[in-house]
Design a protein around this ligand. Structure first.
Ligand code: TRP
Length: 450
């Protein structure tokens, strides 16, 4: 059996996916998940979203939209494990275990945190102004996401490479401290898809919400058309030759076209196709490519209960991995059940109590005791002691956990304390019965550890 490559990535739920997200991350991830060699874990990083956003409605809306986008885009949830981070309580728990081994100095070096500090310093603020522990610990939460599922490959943008490296660092430290030779965590590797398109936005800069230059993905055909009409072009009139290689409209077209379609569009532009018409062609292409998915998206958004079910199912799948693994990790750090231990003690005690008991009695002027096995059979009969106190001390000493001095003689045995014989067994039927009785005696006299 070959082990499949576990691919894991999270999507922070603070916005609505746009065309750039789709081409750059969503589409390639869905394609990758179809590889029979891939065991994909994709999740909504909604705990991470809380670090960046304190608007509950936006968080909620974004989770819904991102879930619907991935499903509408063709993600097969029977094939992959698709879940919300916040449905996996093991994640914050693991985050804490990792927080306790993560070096503060490591987190001091995180780009996102450092950038915030630098900005504060620049503007003369307190270095930590406005910085939450959430932002500071962001890489530890992300390490928990990755390590919990022992991901081999983590597809991320360049800005996240450092976080994956930190996950390695933290995981290694945990392995070293608690693994006792066992590697709990697999060392993950960041996967940067060089070939994946970074789409230009309306103004030609990278398509990004922060530049406000995005083309919406699934909202409506009209929204998409409106955005396309705002793509910035040069001022060449219809009939003038256009330069496809310096047109981000062409770049956008190319990202969704077959090579043949792209070639055709290129020659049309060279032959003087007007920009208005060119925008129509781009809209037609995108609408063909995405129209069906858009419909599926709208249907999914209208049935949030179905989406909820799908994600709950995903959470179940993820927790089938996370719950037992976290249990192992808890054990490793010493968070172990008392019950398991006291149960051992309690059963031993019970068994021992049931297995044997001392019975003391008086005989003429002396004091003696018997040790009876569970079934009432006599294991030992003591010698005669001058007083009850001495007899009591002997029974106590026999149970004190010292090595027992048992001496066999033919079909019986005797027990000695400090060079003196204190008790004898009866005669047994054969030496096997005698040895069984000696074993029973040893067990009966083993002190109970608590
Ligand atoms: N921090 C990632 C981002 O902003 C999202 C994310 C959270 C993630 N947890 C992850 C990505 C685990 C990969 C693996 O893009």
């Amino acid at each position: 059996m070959t082990t499949r490559t576990r691919i894991l990535t999270g999507i922070t739920t603070t916005g609505t996916p746009h065309l750039g997200n789709y081409a750059g991350a969503i589409r390639p991830a869905i394609v990758a998940s179809r590889d029979s060699n891939a065991d994909s874990f994709y999740f909504l990083a909604d705990y991470h979203a809380l670090i960046k956003c304190d608007d509950p409605l936006r968080i909620q809306r974004s989770r819904l939209e991102i879930a619907a986008t991935w499903l509408a885009g063709g993600l097969d949830v029977d094939r992959v494990t698709f879940y919300r981070q916040s449905d996996i309580p093991e994640i914050p728990e693991l985050t804490w275990l990792l927080t306790c081994v993560a070096a503060k100095g490591l987190l001091n070096r995180a780009h996102a945190y450092k950038a915030s500090v630098d900005k504060n310093v620049e503007t003369g603020e307190d270095p930590d102004a406005g910085i939450t522990m959430g932002l500071y610990s962001y890489p530890v939460l992300m390490a928990a996401d990755i390590l919990m599922f022992n991901a081999h490959k983590v597809p991320v943008g360049r800005d996240q490479i450092q976080h994956v490296e930190m996950a390695r660092d933290i995981g290694q430290r945990f392995n070293h401290l608690f693994g006792q030779g066992k590697e709990f965590f697999t060392m993950p590797e960041a996967l940067i898809e060089e070939s994946v398109a970074t789409l230009p936005g309306l103004d030609g800069r990278k398509m990004s919400k922060s530049y406000d230059n995005t083309i919406p993905l699934f909202s409506s055909a009209k929204d998409m058309k409106d955005a396309i009409s705002r793509i910035v072009t040069d001022s060449r009139a219809p009939g003038e030759a256009k330069d496809p290689d310096n047109s981000h409209l062409f770049t956008l077209f190319q990202a969704f076209a077959t090579p043949a379609q792209a070639d055709e569009f290129r020659s049309e532009l060279l032959q003087g196709l007007g920009w208005g018409e060119a925008k129509n062609r781009l809209f037609q292409l995108l609408d063909n490519e995405l129209g069906e998915s858009r419909e599926r998206y709208q249907q999914l958004i209208e049935r949030p209960a179905d989406l909820e079910d799908i994600l709950q199912h995903g959470a179940k799948k993820a927790r089938a991995v996370a719950t037992p693994f976290l249990q192992e990790l808890r054990e490793a750090v010493g968070l172990r059940s008392f019950v398991a231990q006291t149960q051992v003690a309690a059963t031993t005690k019970k068994k021992a109590a049931k297995a044997a008991r001392f019975v003391s009695f008086r005989e003429d002027d002396s004091f003696r005791f018997r040790l009876l096995a569970a079934d009432g059979e006599q294991l030992l009969l003591s010698r005669n002691f001058a007083d009850g106190k001495t007899a009591g001390q002997v029974t106590k000493q026999l149970q004190a956990g010292q090595p027992l001095d048992v001496r066999s003689e033919d079909l019986s045995f005797s027990v000695w304390l400090e060079g003196e014989c204190v008790a004898d067994s009866p005669a047994f039927a054969d030496s096997a019965a005698r040895d069984t009785a000696i074993d029973a005696l040893r067990i009966a006299l083993t002190p109970i550890q608590e």
